[in-house]
Design a protein around this ligand. Structure first.
Ligand code: FMN
Length: 153
């Protein structure tokens, strides 16, 4: 809603995109469907934490794709990025549980960036994620892509 997750996702995609032989699709949850899930070798799920969970759009994505992909993507790699005001753990845990159902393998712990937005004004303001956190997202994207390219994941 306020751009933080988007910046994290773009940074991860940029990091992954630098790897030769790896094609990256950066999709909004609303645009992504089961065919995207089936054709990818690995996944980076990026969501804000809203009301102690993943965003409604992200939940909708999993609702639409879960059974279409069930038992067809076992063992693929995934990573979760969460943009949160002050917590983020519930959103990460929800995605972990879905990924466990899909038998995906985490390539790293969920990466949570807190924007320290607490008041309504801060929460509704556009977010600027600090360069150091975006650099970590980029690095994680690169790790995903190089691991896939080398056949490690
Ligand atoms: C309706 C709403 C509920 C929120 N609930 C939480 C929450 O439960 N935990 C938390 O850490 N942050 C919460 N936040 C703060 C957001 O995670 C934070 O503003 C974050 O930057 C949103 O990501 P975005 O910039 O990609 O929209 C909430 C924000 C909104 C708008």
């Amino acid at each position: 809603m306020t751009g933080g997750t988007l910046q994290m996702a773009r940074a991860a995609a940029a990091g992954a995109g630098g790897e030769a032989g790896v094609a990256v699709s950066l999709l909004r949850a609303a645009e992504a469907g089961a065919e995207d899930v089936l054709k990818a070798d690995g996944y980076i799920f990026a969501t804000p934490e809203n009301l102690a969970g993943m965003s409604g759009m992200m939940k909708d994505f999993f609702d639409r794709t879960y059974y279409a992909a069930f038992e067809r993507i076992n063992g693929r790699a995934f990573l979760t990025l969460v943009c949160a005001g002050s917590d983020g753990r519930n959103a990460a845990q929800q995605i972990d549980r879905i990924a466990a159902g899909w038998r995906l393998k985490p390539i790293a712990d969920p990466y949570i960036v807190c924007t320290h937005a607490q008041t309504p004004e801060q929460i509704l303001k556009p977010k600027m994620i600090e360069a150091v956190f975006l650099a970590r997202c980029e690095e994680l994207g690169k790790t995903m892509a190089s691991g896939l390219a080398m056949g490690i994941f």
